[in-house]
Design a protein around this ligand. Structure first.
Ligand code: GLV
Ligand code: MN
Ligand code: MN
Ligand code: MN
Length: 427
């Protein structure tokens, strides 16, 4: 009965599958790891080149471009009523070390193609449409996940913290941003968006899990995003010669880190829910020599759950273990920093419904699911009604080079996205 459906004609939505494939391939070449692996870290030379590539594609699509102080990139297609809050979509193109080609990328290049699809179909939007390429969804360089979207959503805490953080090479955030042409002004709160800035925000992303592929369903409609937390821990001991210092005389920082890592696994499993997960993905020992007892150990812990309370219980237990282990082993717990401890986010029921209706119109099966990975949508949900479209990926692989999504499934996601836009534009 909604009048907009008259123009949601599947046959008028033609996705350039080959062109999109070529772009995904071209973008993957901006990488600091050999193919098929992709490494693209915030504000590095490869990241700057990849950003340039995205801006060129946005330009070709006839979008007007804007970049903010941290390098979030906005491409806008003005609607017939440009004063109405825009419909926004987007994702990220940064890639963690030795990951794949599709995480984030599908939601950026796919969004540009969705606009091209709509333009080719002759559709003219009422509301404006904005594509956002978010800065640093991945926490690799400065330890801060969803840096761009967190800031867009108005995190004052982050605007301050960004003046203090440094990377492993001791390069400050502002210094790094300036090498990429950003952060010319000191006040990063210029990035904040107002709450009613967007009518809605949607993100297209590979599932990063195996469910859609197993079920043979091309479209996942995300109902909620799990609550992530990340923690940095450092232990310090006396170190010393690996041959000369007797076992009884040691306080080995590395062993404290190893013991805490096992404690993380135990606390996670003790939650009793399969939805609780915990990972120690970084463990650095100093001085890092085979014949020297580690005098310093640095580990980074990722803990998540769809239930925030339960996740917090795990975080507290990890802290207690860190204190106990330090005491027992006579090492110093020199750092226990909860970098972030974010709540989960719920998708908007209006958007869920719109997505399911659009899938039906296009004759695509869809199913509801939760996102165990986090996304910029987690933060966009703070300032806008939010929804996410998942598409299947091979065996659920992600954050590794074997990541793959088929051109056909990507095209379905893009088509589904353009269907959503049509509907939303009419609202
Ligand atoms: C995002 O990359 C995540 O770790 O969920
Ligand atoms: Mn990722
Ligand atoms: Mn991602
Ligand atoms: Mn992610």
């Amino acid at each position: 009965s909604h009048p907009s459906y008259s123009c949601l004609s599947p046959s008028s939505l033609l996705v350039d599958i080959q062109g999109l494939q070529t772009q995904i391939e071209e973008l993957s070449a901006f990488s600091d790891a050999p193919a098929p692996a992709v490494t693209r870290i915030l504000y590095t030379h490869k990241d700057v080149l990849a950003r340039r590539y995205i801006k060129q594609r946005m330009n070709e699509a006839g979008l007007s471009l804007r970049e903010d102080a941290v390098g979030n990139i906005f491409g806008r297609w003005d609607g017939a009523e440009p004063d109405l809050p825009a419909v926004a979509t987007g994702s990220h193109i940064d890639a963690i070390p030795y990951s794949g080609r599709y995480d984030g990328v599908v939601g950026v290049l796919g969004a540009i193609e969705a606009i091209n699809v709509l333009k080719r179909s002759g559709f003219r939007p009422n509301r404006s449409l904005e594509i956002i390429m978010f800065t640093s969804e991945e926490p690799t360089r400065f330890g801060i996940s969803c840096l761009g979207s967190r800031l867009l959503a108005g995190s004052q805490e982050l605007a301050h913290a960004l003046h203090e953080v440094v990377d492993e090479q001791n390069i400050s955030f502002v210094e790094a941003a300036r090498t990429a042409g950003y952060a010319s002004q000191e006040d990063l709160s210029s990035v904040f968006l107002k709450k009613q800035n967007y009518f809605s925000f949607i993100e297209l992303h590979i599932e990063q899990g195996p469910i859609l592929e197993q079920e043979g369903i091309p479209i996942g409609v995300v109902t909620a995003i799990a609550a992530p937390a990340s923690i940095q821990v450092e232990f310090e001991g006396n170190g010393g010669h690996a041959g000369a210092v007797l076992m009884s005389a040691r306080n080995d920082a590395g062993l404290a880190a190893a013991e805490l890592s096992l404690a993380v696994e135990k606390h996670v499993l003790d939650s009793g829910s399969i939805d609780t997960v915990g990972t120690v993905g970084v463990m650095n020992l100093h001085p890092g020599a085979i014949n020297s007892i580690p005098s310093k150990a640095h580990i980074e812990i990722d803990a998540r759950d769809i239930d925030e309370e339960r996740r917090n219980v795990v975080v507290n237990k990890i802290y207690q273990s860190a204190v106990q282990i330090a005491e027992k082993r006579g090492v110093r717990l020199s750092k226990f920093k909860i970098v972030n401890q974010d709540p989960p986010a719920l998708s908007s029921s209006m958007i869920i419904k719109t997505m399911e209706d659009a899938a039906k119109q296009l004759n695509f099966d869809s199913m509801r699911m939760i996102s165990r990975a986090y996304h910029d949508s987690l933060f966009m949900a703070r300032i806008s009604p939010m929804g996410m479209i998942f598409i299947p990926c091979y065996r659920g692989y992600s954050h590794k080079p074997e990541e793959f999504a088929s051109p056909e499934n990507i095209a379905k996601g893009v088509k589904r996205g353009s269907g959503d836009f049509q509907t939303a534009f009419m609202a």
